[in-house]
Design a protein around this ligand. Sequence first.
Ligand code: NAD
Length: 494
Amino acid sequence: MSSLERFLNVVDGADVVSGTGRWLASDDPFTGQPWAEVPQCDAADAAAAVEAAHAALSGPWGRLTATARGKLLRRLADLIEDSAGHLARIETRDNGKLHAEMSGQVRYLPEYYHYFGGLADKVEGGVLPSDKPDVFTYTRHEPLGVVVCITPWNSPLLLLTWKLAAALAAGNTVVIKPSEFTSASTLEFARLAKRAGFPDGVINTVTGYGHEVGDALVTHPKVAKVAFTGGDATGAAIYAKAAAGMKHASMELGGKSPNIIFADANLDDAVKGAISGIFAASGQTCIAGSRLLVQRSVHDEVTRRVVEFAATARLGNPMEADTQVGPITTQPQRRKVLDYIALAKSEGAVCLLGGKVPDDPALNDGWFVEPTIFGNVTNSMRIAREEVFGPILSIIPFEDDEDAIRIANDTIYGLAAGVWTQDMRRAIRMADAIKAGTIWVNTYRAVSFMAPFGGYKQSGIGRENGQAAIHEFLQTKCVWLNLAEGVPNPFVLR
Ligand code: NAD
């Protein structure tokens, strides 16, 4: 028996291990050692979870009113609030992100469940005007059925919540497949849902690898929708498989977001925005402002100030309050980040800060990479075109508004952008011109349960959060009632 802390899946209301009898270790990115384990499930486990979710659609959950569903969501919100510290500690152990950040994220989760809980009974169908006599026609919005939520390792509970709150409010049942690197918090969370009173089978979890469990879920004929957050190659493969089964799909994928500083910006604020845009979460966020576009006339000053500021970052144990930059979440991801640093150097980018694993022996066990800044970057370099998902900033100069727009949009991605200027007309022109799902002006990284989030271009399909998000988990039915006496002879056309 392993000495590691064990977390079990929840399927049909029961705590379950895998039929395989195998376990997957979860590593602590600060110590480089396993600290917990979760069941390593297979396709048979995935199928059992889908069957449970499918059966629950016609059980007590399917008969609940929308108002009652909303109450359950609000009860869950209260339980999350009570357990926020515990859940945040698990997330930090699993993904190495700062405890301060994970704690803030988890304490914010209840807002999503309150919001979508409130929305559950405000989705209205309509009575249609008629172009035909003696008919009464109305619409209803119905749940899709079984929704599979597949999540990545960077913010497991937040990115799950962006799907789950709306999916449940709409009346679906769910099967959750968290990342194989960071499953523990999701399994703990599923226990809270049980305590909140969700009927058995409404919320199920299956842990394991994407190519085993994830694939089995995506291709299961009883799954109606796949809601995915993760890398773009994975997303494209899942989208193709969902299409083959004519399933609904929403995709939240990668980014190469431009953070644009104009000469007329408040440079103190802009420098802080550039830093938080890329070094928060060690750059492991889909919205990372990894391309810093700086107007030529302030380019040298901004570059100097960003480098000086980034150099003050304290790397350390993510559990400690004064740590400012934590480790990279996984060993393969650290390898990828270091490979991109080598690539950027070989492309002719100039390393102005960092560019290596820190020398500090206290950090030796963890998967750290120093905050890294490259100058002399052109937008055609791979370091400016491909998502790194790490603490690497590329600084690119531009001349004027048109040049900034051209560079900002010269990417396959379109998740987010930042604009730093004191000229509001320029801000709005830029917000109109940049092809991205979120534009921040004189701020960066703000998200909310009220604010639609999602990508343009290859950053994704569909929107999470905001009122419209509930419709991503609903389908519309149109009902026709004939009010006339008698049905005419079908062979006599009028
Ligand atoms: P990933 O694509 O490797 O994995 C994401 C999830 O998909 C994991 O749970 C994984 O097990 C599963 N998966 C992998 N192969 C699968 C398959 N064949 N079938 C079904 N499921 C499969 O991504 P990651 O490395 O965990 O996360 C980092 C990526 O996530 C980055 O590219 C980042 O941009 C993206 N991301 C996007 C957003 C957003 O909202 N747009 C937010 C955070 C992260």
